[in-house]
Write a protein that binds this ligand. Structure first.
Ligand code: AMP
Length: 183
C-alpha cells in the first residue's frame, strides 16, 4: 500500500514523478490541478469559479477544493493507495486532510518534498508553456508557494514523515532516489 503526498514548488517535477510512480504501483495519481483544468475545459460550475484564480496563479478557495478532494478520495480506486499531487497547499488544507484521513481510517506514509532552486523553476516553467506559465503569473505562483505552501515543510517535518529529494537532478535520477526512499 502506497499513500504519498507530493510537495514542492511549481516546476519541481511533482506531476512527472507522481505520474510515473502511480503507473508503476498501479495506484491513482490525484492532481488537484489536473482535476481543476478538466473542470475549466468542461465549463462545469467548479471550473467557472476556479478559472480566474488559476489564470492569475492564485490558490483556488478552500470552499471549492476541500469537497473536491473529499469526493475524489471516496472513489473506490483509492482503496489500493494514492498519490496526492498539488494538495494540500496550505496548512488549512493539511489540517482538513488529517481529519478526512482519520474519518476514513487511512494515513499518509510519507510526504515527498522536491527541492529545486527558484532560477531553475522559472526556467522550467517558461519552457513548459502552459496557459498559466507566463512570467508574471509564474512569479506570483512562486510567491504563493513560498508564503502559503512552504510552511507545510515544517508541518510534516515535525511529524517525521517528510522526505526531501533534490529535484534539480535529471528526471531518472529523481525517480531512482524516490523509489529507494519509499521502498
Ligand atoms: P498545479 O497544476 O498543481 O500547478 O495547479 C494549477 C493551479 O490550480 C494552481 O496555480 C491553483 O490556482 C490551482 N490549484 C491546484 N491545486 C490547488 C489546491 N490544492 N488549492 C488551491 N488551488 C489549487
Amino acid at each position: 500500500m502506497t499513500r504519498l503526498i507530493f510537495l514542492g514548488p511549481p516546476g519541481a517535477g511533482k506531476g512527472t514523478q507522481a505520474q510515473e510512480l502511480a503507473k508503476s504501483r498501479a495506484i491513482p495519481h490525484i492532481s488537484t490541478g489536473d482535476i481543476l483544468r478538466v473542470a475549466v475545459s468542461q465549463k462545469t460550475d467548479l471550473g467557472l469559479q476556479a478559472g480566474a484564480y488559476m489564470d492569475a496563479g492564485d490558490l483556488v478557495p478552500d470552499s471549492l477544493i476541500l469537497e473536491m478532494v473529499r469526493d475524489r478520495l471516496a472513489q473506490p480506486d483509492t482503496a489500493s493507495g494514492w498519490l496526492l499531487d498539488g494538495f494540500p497547499r496550505t496548512v488549512t488544507q493539511a489540517t482538513f486532510l488529517d481529519q478526512l484521513l482519520q474519518d476514513i481510517n487511512q494515513s499518509c506514509d510519507s510526504v515527498i518534498n522536491l527541492d529545486v532552486p527558484d532560477e531553475l523553476l522559472v526556467q522550467r516553467l517558461l519552457e513548459r508553456g502552459r496557459q498559466d506559465d507566463n512570467e508574471e503569473v509564474i512569479l506570483n505562483r512562486l510567491g504563493v508557494y513560498r508564503r502559503q505552501t512552504a510552511p507545510l515543510i515544517d508541518f510534516y517535518q515535525d511529524r517525521e514523515i517528510l522526505i526531501t529529494i533534490d529535484g534539480s537532478q535529471p528526471i531518472e535520477e529523481v525517480a531512482a532516489e524516490l523509489a529507494s526512499a519509499i521502498q
